[in-house]
Design a protein around this ligand. Structure first.
Ligand SMILES: O=C(O)CCC(=O)C(=O)O
Ligand SMILES: [Fe+2]
Length: 337
C-alpha cells in the first residue's frame, strides 16, 4: 500500500532512481508532434461508409476514434468522476483493495504485476476489475465512492454494446461474417483505470512504456490531458485527447484472428509535471481457454496462415513473462517461412 504513488508522489521534488527509464526508452526532451490524421468513425453515418473507414484505419493504423458512439455523454462524465473520487480517497479507504496478487479479480496496484522484480517502475497507479457478466463481479468492485458500482455497471453494459457494434463492423470488413466475435472471443471484459500523478521529471519517466495491447480490442476513454503517444514509421506522435469520444486500439489477438489484415499499434504513455491524468481502459478479451488462430475463412492457398493456433491464456503468459510489453510476444507464434 505504501508503494502507491498517491501516497508519496506529491511530496517529492525529484524522481526516485527506480522510476528513471534507460536513455533509449525514456521520453527525453524530444518534441513529439501530434498525430493529425486519426481516422474517425461516426457511428451515426451510413453503415457502408463506417465500414470503409474501419477498413482503412484498422489496416494502416490499428487505432481510430469513434464518435456518435451511443454511450451517454453524462455517463462518460460520471465514470471519470467516480474514478477520480476513488483515487482521491484517503489511503485507508482504499487499503482493502490494494493487492500484489495478479490473479485477484478486482485490485488496486501500482506500476505492474511485477513491482518487486521489474527493472523500472511505471509512474501510475491502477485499479482494475472484471465486469462481464456484471452480476458475477459487481460484489468485488469498490464500495466507495458510494456511486461507484452503479455508475460503472452502467458504463460496463454500454461499453459491452459498443464493442459488439464495432466488432461486427470489423468482422464484416475482414470477411468473417456476422456474429464471429462470440462469447469465447469476447467473454473477458476488463475495466482498468489508470491514475498518472503529476511527475517531477516527465523526461525520465513513463506512465506506460512502449507496448502493444495483449487484448482482442481496447476502448480508451481519456480526460483532457495529453499522455498517449503512438509509434509509427520510427517516430512517436501524440494523440490529442478527446474526452467525449473513444479511441479504439486493436489488440494483438485480433491481429492474429485477422491473419495480419489488422494491425495492433505500438503506443506508450508519457507524464507531465503540472497535471495528473486519468485514463479509463475497457478491454475485450477472449476467455482463457479459447483457441486463437487466423480465421479459417480467411485462409486459402494464396493466403496461408501467418500464425499458429494458441490458447489465449498461453499467449497472455508469454506476454507477461517476456517482460517487453508485447513487442515480441507474437514472434513465438509466427509460422516460419
Ligand atoms: O493511458 C492511456 O492513455 C493508455 C493506456 C494503455 O495503453 C493501456 O492500458 O494499455
Ligand atoms: Fe495500451
Amino acid at each position: 500500500m505504501h508503494k502507491l504513488l498517491s501516497n508519496w508522489s506529491s511530496n517529492i521534488k525529484s524522481l526516485p532512481e527506480s522510476y528513471i527509464f534507460p536513455a533509449e526508452s525514456r521520453p527525453g526532451d524530444a518534441i513529439v508532434p501530434f498525430f493529425n490524421t486519426i481516422p474517425v468513425i461516426d457511428l451515426h453515418t451510413g453503415r457502408h461508409h463506417a465500414v470503409q473507414q474501419v477498413l482503412e484505419a484498422c489496416r494502416d493504423f490499428g487505432f481510430f476514434q469513434v464518435i456518435n458512439h451511443g454511450v451517454d455523454e453524462n455517463l462518460l462524465i460520471d465514470t471519470r468522476m467516480v474514478v477520480k473520487e476513488f483515487f482521491d480517497m484517503p489511503n485507508e479507504e482504499k487499503a482493502d483493495l490494494f493487492s500484489e496478487d495478479a490473479n485477484k479479480k478486482c485490485r488496486l496496484c501500482t506500476s505492474t504485476y511485477d513491482y518487486d522484480i521489474e527493472k523500472n517502475h511505471l509512474w501510475r497507479d491502477n485499479l482494475h476489475h472484471q465486469c462481464h457478466p456484471v452480476d458475477d463481479f459487481i460484489h468485488l468492485w469498490p464500495q466507495k465512492p458510494a456511486r461507484y458500482r452503479d455508475v460503472i455497471m452502467k458504463y460496463s453494459l454500454q461499453m459491452g454494446n459498443l464493442s459488439t457494434r464495432i466488432l461486427e463492423l470489423i468482422g464484416e470488413w475482414i470477411g468473417l461474417g456476422p456474429g464471429y466475435f462470440g462469447d469465447g472471443l469476447t467473454g473477458v471484459q476488463i475495466f482498468s483505470a489508470n491514475h498518472y500523478p503529476a511527475c517531477p521529471n516527465p523526461n525520465l519517466a513513463l506512465g506506460l512504456p512502449k507496448h502493444r495491447d495483449p487484448t482482442l480490442i481496447t476502448f480508451l476513454l481519456q480526460d483532457a490531458i495529453h499522455g498517449l503517444q503512438v509509434y509509427r514509421n520510427g517516430e512517436w506522435f501524440g494523440i490529442k485527447p478527446t474526452p467525449n469520444d473513444f479511441l479504439v486500439i486493436l489488440g494483438q489477438q485480433i491481429q492474429v484472428i485477422s491473419n495480419g489484415k489488422l494491425t495492433s499499434p505500438t503506443h506508450r504513455v508519457v507524464t507531465n509535471s503540472s497535471n495528473h491524468r486519468i485514463s479509463i481502459v475497457f478491454s475485450i478479451n477472449p476467455k482463457p481457454d479459447s483457441i486463437i488462430e487466423p480465421a479459417k475463412i480467411l485462409i486459402d492457398n494464396s493466403n496461408p496462415p501467418l500464425y499458429q493456433s494458441f490458447q489465449s491464456k498461453t499467449f497472455r503468459k508469454t506476454y507477461q513473462e517476456k517482460g517487453d510489453y508485447g513487442e515480441d510476444s507474437l514472434d513465438d507464434y509466427k509460422v516460419k517461412a
